[in-house]
Design a protein around this ligand. Structure first.
Ligand code: UDP
Ligand code: MG
Length: 314
């Protein structure tokens, strides 16, 4: 029985050594053969050199270097495609995913009652307040709109059985929103709660704008509700316009035509054009996703690795 640990790393030179020490300590205690798959997501701070040093002194370390920064989702996918384990885990390099949870997760899976054990933050202590607020709002919204459950506080940190990993690899869509994909494939998931931990070193790669884009991806990938909302809105606007038209015609016939109300007319026109642009924007989001999917571009390109039999492009 082999355990694969996938670690996406983007500019994690400072955090990676600490992660490696802490994680190895836990894994050795677990007394189970493992491989550490370090995925370098086009780092520019020498993370790859560090990985090479680690791989030299520890034969359980495999590094996969992507040819540029593809984003965490692609880095994880590269890991999934190349993991050989019967059990596969994903972990961040910044120690925000406590390695001590690994034995707990493994125990859950080995009990046979679950196919997947996933970590879930029950607090968001130490995170900027505004980010927590928007995160909560996002989860409320996306769960209202989508049939796939996306659990609040769920992290990408989880341990899965081979069957589930194969299912994830088979989901070859280009726009990947892992939190949704994990939910979509199903299987029996056990949630392991823990308190939020702040990253040990380096900076979070998420800007506010980056998170906003990620949130829009999450909604657009797993819900058609915005499109339904657009159609409904269009229908209501048409109905209202029709009633207004009837009203104006009748008023003209009865009272003649007093020229007034230029300002109100203008505001209605501007309001309606605003709504139209907004709706077009929503439709555009879906169209853009479709456009990218139809190109069938690879998810990642591996330029370098110490393992001879890696899937280099997929
Ligand atoms: N990451 C990555 N590629 C990216 C951005 C991030 O592989 O383009 C990795 C990063 O190195 C870390 C994990 O994804 O191991 C989570 O990133 P981060 O800590 O910045 O996110 P947060 O914990 O703030 O959500
Ligand atoms: Mg982090």
């Amino acid at each position: 029985m082999l355990l694969s640990l996938i670690v996406p790393c983007y500019n994690e030179r400072e955090a990676l050594p600490r992660f490696y020490e802490a994680c190895s300590a836990v894994l050795k205690k677990m007394d189970c053969p493992y491989e550490l798959l370090l995925v370098d997501d086009g780092s520019t701070d020498g993370t790859l050199d560090l990985m090479k040093t680690l791989a030299e002194k520890d034969s359980r370390v495999t590094y996969l270097a992507l040819s540029r920064n593809f984003g965490k989702e692609a880095a994880m996918y590269a890991g999934f495609c190349n993991a050989k384990g019967d059990y596969v885990a994903v972990m961040d390099a910044d120690m925000q995913d406590p390695p001590e949870l690994l034995p707990v997760m493994l125990e859950k899976l080995q009990s046979g009652a679950y196919d997947c054990a996933a970590a879930r933050r029950v607090t968001r202590a130490g995170e900027p307040k505004i980010r927590s607020l928007f995160a909560r709002l996002f989860y409320k919204l996306v769960n209202r709109m989508s049939d796939t459950e996306i659990v609040d506080g769920a992290r990408d940190f989880r341990l899965m059985k081979r069957d589930m990993v194969d299912a994830i690899v088979a989901m070859s869509e280009y726009n990947r929103f892992s939190k949704g994909l994990f939910g979509w494939v199903g299987f029996r998931t056990c949630w392991v709660p823990y308190e939020n931990v702040e990253r040990v070193a380096g900076r979070s790669k998420w800007s506010f704008w980056g998170l906003t884009k990620y949130a829009v991806d999450g909604v657009v990938s797993f819900s058609q509700t915005p499109l339904r909302f657009v159609s409904l809105f269009g229908f209501i606007m048409t109905a209202v316009a029709f009633i207004m038209l009837a009203f104006v015609i009748i008023r003209k016939l009865i009272f003649g035509d007093p020229v007034a109300g230029w300002a109100s007319t203008m505001s209605v026109i501007i309001f309606v054009s605003g709504i139209q642009l907004f709706c077009l924007g929503i439709i555009g989001q879906y169209l853009a996703k479709t456009y990218l999917e139809t190109k069938r571009r690879p998810h990642f390109i591996i330029s370098e690795s110490n393992s001879p039999d890696v899937t280099k492009i997929k």
